[in-house]
Design a protein. Structure first.
Length: 413
């Protein structure tokens, strides 16, 4: 039976010439990133699907977990999915040789051990120690919304949001400092604490949850508070189904006023994304430039933000294993923000409404663009103590085969 799905699931019939299996053994019927099914002498086994890698690893080591009819002399054709890449494994009748085929990667071969169990162990060791996992992560980035590197809640989109926020989210605050003639520079530094939660639904039925703790330290110039050196440490914990992914890194940026209305913010960042559950581990290096222009209009302030950022993965080494998806992306993030007094909530509060578009140029991931509509409410710096301010807000997001929302809170003191 052929099944057609969006993203990485491709109609693919793999027949084993050396085995008398019928042609119904197809791509494993899973919408999750990992899965396995073993067919024994033409009898289909149980299809096991999961968001975690352990299901694949355990069943590839012991076919009986999928098919109780498995024995050491039967003809076997197994279909699996590993990070959204389809895999076929097979034993010919009475043979200890395990053949494998990663059709989408163009990789195939065989291992012959003294026993079938030994051949399976050789395959799993090869899977971990070769560059296959990195190649799978790259393929997944290009074909699936579930990529922990480039999908919704993924490492690169999360870092891009953090880079843009350094230059754009404080647009009306920087403009206020200009209008006050630098009088808001009452304290040379600010500590920023925040909490953000995001929930995203994919068209394939998978759900992603993201909890972020954006931390920052801003050193403001005593003469011109618009000149600000910002150290940011965004920490995120993401769940894809029951699988857990962690992102974290260090960013440095400098807000440089070009005029009373225009600010440039160059930045650089180093981060790590890792998940045992998703068989993912990579370093990420990035450089970005954010331009923010303020347009005052009486009681209103409009800000236009534009960012270009380059994000590149690097090899992650751990316990003798090396992973590198070899992904390089150029992100464009553009937004407009309207700031207005929120008199209904008090004289010292201001509301901000923003619309932000994110997309990639050149090489593109599967989640190639997203749009965000957000609203926030917080302290108006021009009407309160410049030494601290707060902000809380929410946004709805939509992207290719995905949609979701975020809520956030921040406090600077």
């Amino acid at each position: 039976m052929n099944r057609t799905k969006s993203g990485p699931t491709i109609c693919l019939a793999v027949a084993l010439a050396a085995s008398p299996l019928p042609d119904f053994a197809q791509v494993v019927d899973c919408t999750t990133s990992f899965g396995f099914r073993a067919d024994v002498n033409g009898v289909a086994g149980l299809t096991l699907c999961d968001a975690k890698v352990d299901t694949f690893l355990d069943t590839a080591k012991n076919f009986a977990l999928s098919n109780s009819g498995y024995n050491n002399t039967a003809a076997i054709l197994a279909q699996g999915r590993f990070n959204d890449v389809n895999i076929s494994l097979s034993f010919a009748a009475n043979s200890p040789t395990l053949s494998y085929n990663f059709a989408e990667l163009g990789v195939s071969g065989a291992f012959t051990g003294a026993t079938r169990a030994q051949s399976q162990e050789l395959f799993l060791a090869f899977l971990k120690q070769s560059d296959l996992v990195g190649r799978m992560l790259k393929y997944q980035s290009e074909h699936s919304t579930a990529s922990t590197v480039t999908g919704m809640g993924g490492a690169i989109p999360t870092l891009g949001q953090a880079d843009f926020a350094v230059g754009f989210e404080g647009a009306s605050q920087i403009g206020a400092a200009a209008q006050a003639g630098g009088a808001e520079g009452g304290t040379p530094s600010l500590v920023g604490l925040g909490l953000s939660y995001g929930s995203f639904s994919m068209r394939d039925g998978s759900d992603v949850r993201s909890t972020s703790l954006p931390l920052s330290y801003t050193v403001r110039n005593g003469i011109d508070p618009r000149r600000q050196f910002v150290v940011s440490v965004p920490l995120s914990r993401v769940t894809v189904g029951a699988a857990v992914v962690n992102h974290g890194g260090l960013g440095l940026a400098y807000r440089l006023p070009m005029s009373d209305r225009w600010t440039l913010t160059p930045g650089a960042r180093y981060a790590v994304s890792a998940s045992r559950d998703r068989a993912t581990a990579t370093k990420i290096y990035s450089a970005s430039l954010v331009s923010t222009y303020l347009v005052p209009a009486g009681a209103l302030n409009f800000a236009i933000g534009n960012m270009v950022g380059v994000y590149r993965t690097g090899a992650f080494r751990n316990g003798g294993y090396t992973f590198d998806p070899d992904i390089t992306l150029t992100m464009l993030r553009n937004g407009v923000l309207m700031s207005l007094p929120a008199r209904a909530f008090g004289p010292k509060l201001v509301a901000e409404v923003s619309l932000i578009d994110t997309r990639y140029v050149g090489s593109k991931p599967f989640a190639s663009n997203t749009q965000e509509l957000g609203i926030s409410l917080g302290t108006n710096k021009r009407a309160s103590n410049a030494r601290s301010y707060t902000r809380a807000g929410a946004a709805i997001l939509r992207g290719k085969n995905a949609k979701g929302f975020t809520v956030n809170f921040g406090y600077w003191f």
